[in-house]
Design a protein around this ligand. Structure first.
Ligand code: DER
Length: 253
């Protein structure tokens, strides 16, 4: 099967398992896998009042192009939780911690994910790794443009060998700008320990031996002045991962 077919299969199963036709508020993430999720939801939704909460301009475009109705995160009725939020990821470890931000939408993605009763990560088999930073090399971090030198210096002190401001490359001269008009720094680190790695004595997880436990490092980075959000989604309530069957989970199936 192709990667696209694997994404589509994972998306269909995620929607079959976790989307109820009566849902009213549904979070929609960013990237390409989410397009298959929206297609599958459109076929199953029966609630005329259903509203979709985007996680950025691209996500909103996917919702509108599917003929569905968006509602802005800051227009939701007070105290309203989303029934479910679906999103992709760049890598998922065995404890369902995720690296997100390959699409530079991590801030709104985390806002929406944390406001949902259930966060469903839809990831094809390429994303499924024992530890984060195995296949995906860097942690995306959203920062205030004025603070990049402060953040780059602090990341080096935390042990990142070569953090880089994400460039617009051929798409835009100069650094990429997020939907919040911020910059993205991509910071490489050695692969991140899971909680069970630390429990089994593989390392303290506090960076003293150069190795970090995923949630510990996420909190350290978040504390750097100038950081808006970190592309590590750790220990989130209701995280489930729908992984593609074809070639997924190392089964080679
Ligand atoms: O930016 C993100 O976290 C996205 O969810 C994204 O990286 C996943 O993208 P994909 O579905 O195109 O692989």
């Amino acid at each position: 099967h192709s990667i696209e077919e694997a994404k589509r299969q994972a998306a269909i199963r995620a929607v079959e398992d976790h989307f109820s036709p009566e849902a009213t508020y549904v979070g929609i993430g960013s990237g390409t896998t989410i397009i298959y999720v929206v297609e599958a939801i459109k076929e199953r939704s029966t609630n005329p009042h259903i509203r979709f909460v985007p996680t950025g301009y691209q996500s909103r475009q996917v919702i509108v192009r599917a003929g569905l109705t968006p509602i802005a995160f800051d227009s939701l009725p007070e105290d309203t939780m989303l029934d479910v939020a679906f999103d992709g990821a760049d890598e998922v470890d065995e404890e369902l911690n995720c690296i997100k931000g390959g699409g530079a939408c991590l801030f709104q993605e985390k806002l929406v994910a944390e406001r949902a009763r259930k966060f469903i990560c839809v990831a094809d088999y390429r994303k499924d790794q024992p530890r984060l930073l195995t296949n995906w090399p860097t942690i995306p971090i959203e920062v205030a443009p004025i603070s990049i030198y402060t953040v780059l210096h602090s990341l080096r002190l935390l042990g990142s060998p070569n953090p880089q401001v994400r460039d617009g490359l051929l798409v835009k001269a100069g650094p990429l700008k997020t939907d919040q008009d911020f910059f993205i720094i991509d910071a490489p680190f050695p692969s991140l320990l899971t909680s069970s790695d630390v429990a089994s004595g593989l390392g303290a997880g506090d960076g003293t031996d150069g190795k970090w436990q995923v949630e510990t490092l996420s909190k350290e980075i978040k504390l750097i002045t100038g950081v808006l959000e970190v592309g590590l989604f750790c220990g989130m309530d209701g995280v489930q991962a729908e992984k593609a069957r074809n070639g997924g989970l190392g089964t080679g199936s």
